[in-house]
Design a protein around this ligand. Structure first.
Ligand code: ARG
Ligand code: ZN
Length: 471
């Protein structure tokens, strides 16, 4: 134990007055975790280990009512802390006792417990709320999409503050129980496994559980008329897919793509090692979006992703994220390459396996698409800036970087890294720099210059050359 003395000169005489450092005044938790791109994301002072969300949604009125119970542990003597949340709150309790709360900034719910929390103390935080999530704009952004028969939330880098209070940064992962009640005849989809489904008084309650660490933005919820299909893989993993009943002309293509998830997961296991979660699948709500998102265990696919027929490649991308992005998450949003570079490269590996072009050929193709004066080469995949976080360069140039690595260290060392990285960092977080060090250590080669060229320069590098294959 450290002691703080009242006055150095009086120290010898005052031993009995020594104050233990732990008796320092409790202080407020920081309003953000200090992310480089999103300083207000997440909060300081505590960690969440579990979210228990008990919700009710009425599609007719877009009213979401909820009680969120967070299991938290204080990381400091804490007088006050923030939650990232935007809907109207009626009550907050900390450790069972009513707590004072106020809102501040863009999306911060500031909670002052009746008594301060001691460092290391585990406490439940209960937040009761109700509001119309589709009308909520945080910093000008809406995230909850209302659909003709319900609603859906699947957004990156931030999505949780539109439907539950939390510590919204990938550095604080937790397990989830999402229990949601919807009018009979309507379905609700979330992450993990469906523990139970029961109907009472005209409402059906769906209890979903995601039992491995999960980042807040990877939590998802969809309400609507869905066809839910259930299966198991050869190894016993539950496969749950859900298709809106109103996919119209895209229904067949969506099913033809997402039903390949089992096969794709089995193949990805041969490349990345064991699948890290308790369930797998995908869902397609009735939203006119063309993007997809790697929501944990159950990626979201906008129905327009299937406008041009089946799209197996996007399924490969989102399922690859289950290892690269979900189990191993970025440490800071500037590290987005540890997600997207690898997910895109996985699509190239799938193509290589299918005989539709090797990764080297596809890397060269992507490289040739962009002449030297294309602004594409101005974006640095290793630190693209928040405005370019999902720029094509993060994906394509980011994947070319991996082909350059493969060419440099050879297939054996390269594929060993692709398996070892998700094993060593399972359920954790990692940065681009961490990967560079890992690749150097693992291959025994200096790689700083290679990664500097591909991830951190703002001009077109020399073309990637496959030494071994001589392509
Ligand atoms: N991680 C997603 C993917 O590439 C990116 C989603 C970006 N789109 C968005 N609307 N924020 O699979
Ligand atoms: Zn992606």
């Amino acid at each position: 134990m450290r002691y703080r003395f009242l006055a150095p000169s009086a120290a010898a005489a005052c031993l009995l007055l020594a104050i233990p450092a732990s008796a320092a005044q409790p202080t407020p938790g920081a309003p953000g975790v200090g992310d480089s791109y999103y300083p207000e994301s997440g909060n300081g002072g505590y960690d969440v280990s579990h979210y228990d969300l008990r919700l009710k949604y009425q599609p007719k009125t877009d009213l979401l009512e909820g009680t969120a119970t967070l299991v938290t542990t204080a990381k400091q003597d804490l007088s006050r802390f923030n939650l990232d949340f935007g809907l109207p709150v009626s009550e907050v309790r900390v450790g069972g006792k009513k707590a004072a709360f106020t809102t501040s900034g863009k999306h911060e719910l500031v909670v002052t417990p009746a008594t301060p929390l001691a460092k290391g103390q585990q406490t439940s935080v209960v937040v009761r709320y109700a509001g119309k999530p589709s009308e909520l704009a945080i910093d000008g952004f809406t995230a909850w999409a209302r659909t003709p028969d319900g609603g859906v939330i699947a957004q990156e880098p931030e999505g949780s503050a539109w439907w539950f209070p939390g510590n919204d940064h990938p550095t604080d992962k937790a397990t989830y129980d999402v229990s949601i009640s919807v009018p009979d005849g309507t379905q609700a989809i979330s992450n993990g496994v469906l523990l139970s489904e029961s109907s009472k008084l005209g409402w059906t309650r769906y209890n979903w559980r995601s039992d491995k660490p999960q980042a807040t933005y990877l939590a998802t919820l969809a309400i609507g008329k869905f066809d839910i299909t259930k299966d198991t893989t050869a190894s016993g993993l539950p496969v749950i897919n859900a298709f809106s009943k109103d996919l119209g002309a895209n229904d067949g293509a969506a099913r033809a793509s997402i039903e390949r998830s089992t096969e794709i997961t089995e193949w990805l296991e041969t490349v990345f090692g064991p699948y890290p979660f308790n369930s797998v699948g995908g869902y397609v709500p009735n939203v006119p979006a063309g993007y997809a998102l790697e929501t944990q265990t159950r990626p979201f696919y906008g129905k327009k992703a299937f406008d041009r027929g089946s799209n197996v490649s996007v399924v490969v991308h989102e399922l690859a994220h289950q290892w690269y992005g979900d189990s191993v998450s970025l440490k800071d949003w500037k590290d987005i390459w540890v997600n997207e570079g690898f997910a895109r490269y996985s699509q190239w590996l799938w193509s290589e396996k299918e005989g539709e072009g090797t990764a080297q050929e596809l890397a060269r193709y992507a490289y040739d698409q962009h002449p030297a004066d294309d602004p594409f080469w101005k974006v640095k995949p290793g630190d693209p800036g928040p405005e370019n976080q999902f720029h094509g360069a993060v994906y394509d140039r980011g994947a070319i970087a991996l082909q350059a690595l493969r060419n440099e260290i050879g297939d054996d060392a390269f594929f060993a890294i692709l398996k070892d990285w998700p094993t060593v960092n399972k359920y954790g977080t990692a940065s681009v720099k961490d990967f560079v060090h890992f690749a150097e250590k693992s291959s025994g080669k200096p790689l700083a210059q290679l990664f500097d060229t591909w991830l951190y320069t703002d001009s077109k590098p020399a073309a990637p050359i496959a030494h071994e294959a001589g392509i």
